[in-house]
Unconditional design. Structure first.
Length: 317
């Protein structure tokens, strides 16, 4: 039986190499052992999907007032030099109102803009690793089940939205609006690859720098069981998240550490798109795939290290 990926937007050389990999390590390979199945690992954001599910959920929580604002632990997580008190003062003007009424008030528009701007600035100045952990810490006071429900609503909304920038303004006359990147899609090419790997006996895992409980319900849409998702986890006390992360935090060098801890075996295939994925791509036993989102350093390193390079896929509308 010939192993074939649908062509779609694949670079032909990349497609052929992936088909050969599946042939060699999958059920049709001479060394295949169903008791010791080959491991394939995928990053999530901008690898399996277009855009960032953690940010999609974060924007949803901002817009729908879905944080535990009543907890001092929540506010203490926000550095004061990022307009924390301005955000809090505007929130407190609307916090006791039904969401539909709150959204009609100028204080809501100010809260939404300042809160979003604060975290954009923090992301820019502190970096992705710090910001990804902070996003998970800001879930303090929720149960895992509550976060899964919030994530499902946010994911459904993001998948229904056009992909592009949305303007966030204090008012219609705001001379300085900010923008947020919205719209999430599953790359059909990666869905095909995951399906083909599973069909041929691979164990497919997600290793993401986003919160595990946000990615789990989305991964299930691609046929990946929730117990095959490794992401940021916070310690739970009395059924609720604290602001303390469970080590290892799966970002940069934490990704191969998490693979060793939770999978216990080197993957034969790893796909990623960012510098935060490089350590686990280096850890791969055979074939690493870069989804090229335009970082020239990553593209150069991929060529030097012999990794496959696939330009970002065309979006299905």
């Amino acid at each position: 039986m010939e192993i074939k990926l649908p062509s779609r937007s694949w670079v032909l050389e990349v497609k052929a190499t992936l088909e050969t990999l599946i042939q060699r390590y999958g059920k049709m390979g001479e060394a295949y052992d169903p008791a010791d199945r080959p491991i394939a690992v995928f990053d999530w954001d901008d690898t399996v999907i277009f855009n960032d599910v953690g940010m999609g959920v974060f924007y949803f929580q901002i817009d729908e007032l879905q944080f535990n604002f009543e907890l001092e632990e929540f506010w203490n997580l926000i550095p004061p030099n990022y307009n924390r008190e301005v955000c809090r003062a505007n929130y407190e003007k609307i916090g006791n109102l039904p969401i539909n009424e709150a959204k009609k008030l100028p204080a809501y528009q100010r809260y939404r803009k300042f809160f979003t701007q604060a975290f954009h600035d923090l992301w820019q100045s502190e970096g992705t690793a710090h910001f990804a952990l902070l996003q998970a810490q800001l879930l303090v006071g929720f149960s895992p089940e509550e976060i899964v429900l919030i994530a499902k609503k946010a994911i459904d909304l993001e998948m229904s939205m056009p992909c592009g920038l949305v303007s966030i303004q204090e008012s219609e006359a705001d001379p300085d609006p900010i923008t947020a990147r919205h719209g999430i899609r599953i790359y059909q090419e990666i869905r095909d690859l995951i399906n083909l790997m599973q069909l041929h006996g691979f164990d497919v895992w997600i290793v993401t720098g986003a919160c595990k409980y946000i990615v789990q319900p989305f991964a299930e849409k691609c046929g990946i069981p929730s117990d095959r998702v490794i992401g940021i986890e916070m310690a739970v006390q009395h059924g609720k998240f604290t602001d303390q992360p469970v080590e290892p935090v799966p970002y940069e060098d934490g990704k191969p550490k998490a693979i060793r801890r939770y999978i216990g075996k080197k993957p034969v295939f790893v796909a990623g798109n960012s510098q935060g994925d490089m350590a686990m791509m280096r850890y791969c036993e055979d074939t690493a795939l870069l989804i090229d989102c335009g970082d020239p350093y990553l593209r150069q390193k991929s060529v030097e290290l012999g990794w496959l390079v696939q330009p970002q896929f065309e979006l299905a509308t």
